[in-house]
Write a protein that binds this ligand. Structure first.
Ligand code: MN
Ligand code: MN
Length: 295
């Protein structure tokens, strides 16, 4: 489709080391090397290539699903050509994701910073958004008077889909004002402690909440994982969940209504590769979970 050609540049290294022709692909993987609003440890623009490299150096068989990820039909369309501003970047994402969905493919968008999820939500025009994140990202403006940034992305998402269609999972780091806002607007959230100590009850609550949803987008901010396991993120926060807990949660909630997902906020220069490896595993396993529901 036209927007893929227009917005994406080809890459020699592909995710998972394979390249399914676009026509036959079930998944379209693309990188968005955008980190202009990062306020602490920037560099997530380097994550798509770091995650590609990690993906070709880990094992592919998924015990959780019984699927070998090397059998997945993934088309890697490279990285989005860098745009100057956040609005131009979001506009390009809307076009790419709209085309992926029109083609009946599942977009797998890899950031870059969390702001890019806003483009996916705009493309979706409705549905429920499930975000895994240490943070609520519910500030109205940050930094200073910026309306669109990694710290305000969930607030802007609420304005598009409605407060009742946002689900925040694994949160543990937010301002007094964000907490008050979440309570006032009755935003559905569960903390990292809820997931760690009572996974089954938490996923039951989530399933009840998404019962009426027609379509679902999943966004994984890598800082939801504990920094001991995923240190190279833009804004690390202690007391996170394990990768296993995240993937078990996804296993419980993923069904055929999930139209796509993103993984954001890996800032690969802050460790020796372990966070990119965790990210690659999470993406492969999530694709396997999406593949499994078709079987
Ligand atoms: Mn975030
Ligand atoms: Mn975060």
């Amino acid at each position: 489709m036209s927007s893929l050609k227009f917005h994406l540049s080809g890459e020699s290294m592909t995710f998972n080391g394979k390249q399914t022709p676009l026509k036959e692909a079930d998944f379209i993987f693309f990188g968005v090397p955008f980190d202009s609003t990062s306020t602490y440890r920037s560099g997530s623009r380097f994550a798509p290539d770091a995650i590609r490299q990690a993906s070709i150096n880990i094992e592919t068989f998924s015990m959780r699903t019984g699927i070998d990820a090397s059998d997945l039909k993934i088309y890697d369309s490279g990285n989005m050509v860098s745009k100057v501003g956040v609005k131009e970047t979001l506009k390009a994402i809307v076009e790419v994701i709209t085309d992926c969905i029109k083609m009946g493919k599942i977009p797998v968008m890899v950031g870059g910073e969390h702001t890019i999820t806003l483009g996916a939500v705009e493309a979706l025009r409705g549905g429920m958004i499930i975000i895994f994140d240490a943070h609520m990202d519910l500030r109205d403006r940050y930094p200073e008077d910026a309306r669109i940034s990694h710290a305000t992305v969930s607030r802007r998402i609420c304005e598009i889909v409605g407060d009742e269609n946002l689900i925040l999972l694994g949160v543990r780091a937010f301002s007094k004002e964000e907490y008050a806002y979440a309570k006032e607007k009755r935003i559905f959230f569960r903390t990292s402690e809820d997931l760690s100590k009572n996974l089954l009850k938490t996923v039951e609550d989530v399933k009840e909440k998404i019962k009426q949803a027609e379509k679902i987008w999943i966004s994984i901010d890598m800082d939801v994982i504990d920094p001991s396991m995923a240190p190279a993120v833009g804004n690390p926060e202690p007391e996170g969940i394990t990768t296993t807990k995240l993937l078990d949660t996804l296993k419980h909630i993923i069904d055929s209504r999930v139209v796509g997902f993103d993984l954001v906020e890996v800032s690969p220069h802050y460790d020796h590769g372990v966070t990119a490896i965790q990210a690659a595993k999470i993406i492969l396993e999530t694709c396997c979970l999406l593949e499994k529901i078709k079987l």
